[in-house]
Design a binder for this molecule. Structure first.
Ligand SMILES: *Cc1c(COP(=O)(O)O)cnc(C)c1O
Length: 225
C-alpha cells in the first residue's frame, strides 16, 4: 500500500509522544510536497540550504508563516542576512565567531533568533559541529549566553552515518549527557530545552536516549530523487 505524505505524517505524529517535536527535513522537496505536510499538521520545517529555503518559503505564501523554520545545514557568513528572513532557529552554530555574526545581524533587523549548538558527536572529520568536549561546549554556551540577539535553546547532532540505529545509541547517549550538564548550568538568557537528534532511520533509538526533537525526511516524503 502506498501512503501519501499526508498519511505518513499523520501516522508518525500519532505514534510519537506529544513532547517530541517533529521537524520535516525538506531538502530537495517541492513546494507541493511541503504544502501537503503542512496541511497534515506539520509544525516545524528544516532546510539545509538558504536559497532552497527562500524559494520554498516564498512559494508557500501564507502557509509558510504557520510553521517554524529551522536551518539544519551549514550556514555561511554571507548568507546570514538572507537566512534570518526565513529561519526562526539555526541548529548548526559551531563557533563563537559565527554566533557573533548571527547576533549582530539579528540585532540589525530587531529579531532574536533561537540557536542550537551542533555537536560532532562522532568526531568525524567530514562532519560539521563542535567536538564533543564538555569544556569546549560550555565555553560556547557561555559566550552565546552573553549575546543579545540570539538565544541558546538546545543541542543538535547528526551522529555517524555508518552502522544501524543501534550503533548510534552510545553517541545519542553521550549527546544527552552533554545536554543535561549544560542545562544544569542555568546560564542567563539560555533555555536548554531542545535536544535535536534522530532521523528517519534512527529516530526511535534517539527518542529512547532522550531526544525531544527529531528531523525526518525520507520516511514522510519518500526517497529523495
Ligand atoms: C536530510 C536531513 C535529515 C533527515 O534525513 P532523512 O534520512 O531523510 O530522514 C535530518 N537532518 C539533517 C541535518 C538532514 O540534512
Amino acid at each position: 500500500m502506498i501512503m501519501s505524505i499526508y498519511e505518513n505524517y499523520r501516522k508518525l505524529r500519532e505514534e510519537t509522544a506529544d513532547d517530541v517535536t517533529i521537524v520535516l527535513a525538506c531538502k530537495k522537496r517541492t513546494a507541493e510536497e511541503v504544502a501537503e505536510v503542512i496541511e497534515a499538521g506539520a509544525s516545524d520545517l528544516g532546510e539545509n540550504y538558504v536559497q532552497e529555503g527562500e524559494k520554498l518559503f516564498d512559494a508557500l505564501g501564507d502557509k509558510a508563516r504557520h510553521v517554524r523554520w529551522h536551518m539544519i545545514g551549514a550556514l555561511q557568513k554571507n548568507k546570514i542576512n538572507k537566512a534570518l528572513r526565513i529561519f526562526d532557529t539555526v541548529q548548526t552554530v559551531h563557533s563563537a565567531e559565527q554566533a557573533d555574526a548571527i547576533s549582530l545581524r539579528a540585532g540589525n533587523i530587531g529579531k532574536t533568533v533561537s540557536v542550537f549548538i551542533e555537536v560532532n558527536i562522532g568526531e568525524e572529520s567530514s562532519k560539521a559541529g563542535m567536538p564533543p568536549e564538555y569544556d569546549t561546549l560550555k565555553s560556547l554556551a557561555e559566550h552565546i549566553s552573553g549575546l543579545e540577539h540570539i538565544r541558546l535553546q538546545g543541542l543538535m547532532t547528526m551522529g555517524p552515518f555508518w552502522g544501524d540505529a543501534e550503533a548510534l545509541r552510545p553517541y545519542f547517549r553521550k549527546t544527552k549527557e552533554m545536554f543535561d550538564r549544560l542545562e544544569k548550568l542555568h546560564l542567563p538568557d539560555t533555555e536548554m530545552k531542545y535536544l535535536s537528534m534522530g532521523m528517519s532511520d534512527s529516530y526511535r533509538v534517539a527518542i529512547e536516549e532522550g531526544s525531544n526533537m527529531i528531523r525526518v525526511g525520507t520516511m514522510v516524503f519518500g526517497a529523495r530523487g
